[in-house]
Design a protein around this ligand. Structure first.
Ligand code: CMC
Length: 428
């Protein structure tokens, strides 16, 4: 590994430290460069900028590797359970049986929402997008639990904040959906697992017996695990940067939910299904849409394709594609958009434009097809992503706080007007 790096600006050289991660990734530490030289580095979209060191998730985009705390995503998705993975991400180790039982039980006893939250929910129009509702409800927790605002809370206090948000987010998500339908809200059923309880709150209706289908519950468990963390992506960086100002966990996560909502990030899963539906309604001509995606004059992008860091394949997409086939078969669902998705993928993988730019299906390409088979409406897809990503946001917020990271505050290169005199209103 190199010991140091040198930057030469005109004829002056600056020595910069080099640091190495546990998987031998190398970074040049430029944090002192401005102090020494007056020069900053510029990297729009942070394409090559490490914002932190982190021990939570390792990702190698070239090799298609994703590991939570050292455990491969493939093994966790096959063998683990979402709350176990949640514990792993937040506390760094797989729980013992005793620790796991306590954690699951602690989550169960906090699943109810304060009754006044119903009033907030009912104030939203029924066509409100559930992501906006979710971020507002999460932020409202700061009012119901004002002690959570203290940035220097004891670790027991932080634990309680963490348990509360983990327990309440599924209830909020299901209630946001029920509010859209104008249906009565279902209270949590704590005799059920985390995933089954959420499904029941989403779909049960009064005066009808509701049994959660274990196929649906298992599929949800897998999907949530696959989404649980993804190192310094847009929403996670948002959570860390908001939290770095010592804003509370709930305020930081509410901000993360808003970042995730965007169609270039978690909102892509909704956009993918809408795109596939459009292609189907337009006669199923995948070539036409591939050409649109390649046309630089056309703003259309192939949603669910491409990734900032994966340049070979997205390991989550591989697992989800297989799961989509299995879940649809087990549930006896024949979704014509699955065939369109496969045709589109096949055509893109053989197309020079996509090969050259290393554009492959990402996690969002097939996840919506599974959500749809489970009966989840399209505008709830990104909410499902948020439910999955919650442990990652918590783990990264907690790590940032425990590392006492400084407030996030990037620099800029100013390109506006130079100093000029004010001209009074009537003389302009
Ligand atoms: N369709 C068509 N062209 C694309 C696509 C696409 N989906 N994605 C990237 N490109 C092209 C882009 O036009 C550019 O071409 P050129 O070099 O000729 O200008 C090149 O590929 C590089 O793209 P970029 O926008 O510079 O890459 P990025 O790293 O900034 O963006 C991305 C990554 C995920 C935002 C982008 O690939 C995209 O918009 N994909 C569609 C939205 C999507 O599926 N998002 C979900 C991401 S995975 C879930 C998550 O973690 O959030």
């Amino acid at each position: 590994m190199p010991n140091s790096a040198e930057i030469k600006i005109d004829d002056k050289s600056y020595q910069l430290p080099v640091i190495e991660g546990s998987e031998h990734e190398i970074a040049v530490d430029i944090s002192k460069l401005r102090g020494q030289s007056g020069v900053i580095t510029l990297d729009p979209g942070y394409k090559n900028t490490g914002s932190t060191t982190s021990a939570v998730t390792f990702l190698d985009g070239e090799k298609g590797i994703l590991r939570y705390r050292g455990y491969s995503i493939e093994e966790l998705a096959e063998k683990s359970d979402f709350l176990e993975v949640t514990y792993l991400l937040i506390y760094g180790e797989l729980p013992t049986r005793e620790a796991y039982d306590k954690f699951v039980n602690d989550v169960k006893i906090h699943t109810m929402l304060h009754e006044d939250i119903k009033g907030i929910l009912e104030g939203f129009p029924s066509n409100a997008h559930p992501m906006g509702v979710l971020s507002s409800l999460v932020c409202s927790l700061t009012a119901f639990y004002p002690e959570s605002l203290d940035p220097n809370r004891s670790s027991q206090g932080v634990y309680l904040s963490i348990i509360r948000i983990l327990a309440k987010l599924p209830t909020m998500a299901a209630w946001a959906h029920k509010n859209e339908l104008g249906h009565p809200f279902n209270y949590p059923d704590n005799s059920l697992s985390y995933c089954s309880n959420f499904i029941k709150m989403m779909f049960a209706v009064p005066a009808a017996k509701y049994e959660v289908d274990p196929i649906v519950s298992d599929a949800l468990n897998k999907l949530l695990i696959l989404h649980a963390d993804h190192e310094q992506n847009c929403s996670t960086s948002t959570v860390r940067i908001v939290g770095s100002a010592q804003a509370s966990l709930y305020a930081s996560i509410s901000a993360g939910i808003n970042a995730l909502w965007g169609p270039l990030h978690g909102g892509a899963n909704q956009a993918v299904i809408e795109m596939l539906e459009n292609i189907r309604a337009d006669g199923g001509d995948t070539k036409k849409y591939l050409n649109k995606a390649k046309d630089k004059e056309d703003p259309f992008r192939l949603m669910g394709f491409g990734h900032r860091v994966y340049k070979n394949f997205d390991p989550r997409a591989r697992i989800i594609k297989k799961a989509a086939d299995q879940v649809l078969e087990k549930l006896g669902v024949d979704d014509p958009v699955l065939e369109i998705a496969k045709g589109l993928e096949e055509a893109a993988l053989h197309d020079e434009y996509f090969i050259e730019r290393k554009l492959y299906p990402n996690v969002d390409f097939y996840s919506g097809i599974i959500y749809r088979a489970m009966g989840i409406p399209t505008d709830m897809f990104t909410v499902m992503f948020a439910l999955g990503r919650l442990p990652g946001w918590i783990a990264q917020w907690k790590e940032m706080r425990e590392n006492r990271e400084p407030i996030g505050r990037p620099r800029q290169i100013y390109t506006g007007e130079n100093e000029r005199d004010y001209v009074p209103l009537d003389q302009r």
